[in-house]
Design a protein around this ligand. Structure first.
Ligand SMILES: Cc1cc2nc3c(=O)[nH]c(=O)nc-3n(C[C@H](O)[C@H](O)[C@H](O)COP(=O)(O)O)c2cc1C
Length: 184
């Protein structure tokens, strides 16, 4: 057994994925901010919902509450400078951030050209817990890197996506270990 120690329950470490959320500002310009409280659930079989949680007051939250739509752009390791810049700048100072922005294929949302996996999402349900707002969102479209060849929805080669994994620190993947059943 691993040797563990009990500590104060003030960690939120869940081996988080890294996404940059793209939303429309009221004046039509694009806003981007990193959000790592992101997970998934299912409504019906393979009708998945993206679950995304935002704390406090931020432009991204205001935009999602107003428009009900956003893009979730998976962050690969080459996008870390964008992640840091969007995360540390206040919304009003983000105008000077230059990066290639395109529009969604299905929803009218700003999308980061650099991202290898993009969800275009529409809010289905909103849950407030104190200062946090959690959005359960229908996935209206997925744009995936053309190099991916997924035989089914469980067959996604993360090595192609090279995602940033977040725990408070940034990490990258080590190696692919196999698939479900390989360790029976
Ligand atoms: C690595 C990283 C992860 C973050 N994850 C979250 C998160 O999961 N939820 C959240 O509410 N804020 C998160 N933030 C904070 C927002 O990105 C930050 O408040 C940002 O400035 C909001 O910008 P906006 O006002 O343009 O929306 C994260 C920031 C960083 C740098």
């Amino acid at each position: 057994m691993a040797k563990r120690k009990s500590v104060k329950p003030n960690f939120s470490m869940c081996v988080q994925p890294s996404f940059i959320i793209g939303t429309n500002n009221e004046d039509g310009s694009a806003n981007f901010a990193p959000i790592t409280w992101v997970s998934a659930t299912s409504e019906n079989g393979d009708e998945y919902l993206l679950v995304i949680s935002m704390f406090g007051t931020k432009r991204t939250k205001t935009n999602v509450l107003r428009t009900g739509i956003f893009s979730a752009n998976l962050v690969s390791t080459d996008m870390l400078p964008l992640m840091d810049r969007f995360g540390s700048k206040h919304a009003t100072e983000k105008k000077d951030l230059t990066c290639e922005v395109v529009r969604g294929e299905v929803l009218d949302v700003p999308v980061l050209d650099a991202s290898r996996w993009v969800y275009e999402c529409e809010v289905a349900k909103t849950v407030e817990t104190g200062e946090a707002t959690t959005f359960f969102c229908r996935i209206r479209n997925i744009q995936m890197d053309e190099r991916l060849d997924c035989k089914d929805t469980f067959d996604v080669d993360l090595m192609v996506l090279d995602p940033v994994i977040y725990s408070g620190r940034y990490h990258s993947l080590g190696k692919s270990l196999g698939k479900i059943g390989d360790f029976l």
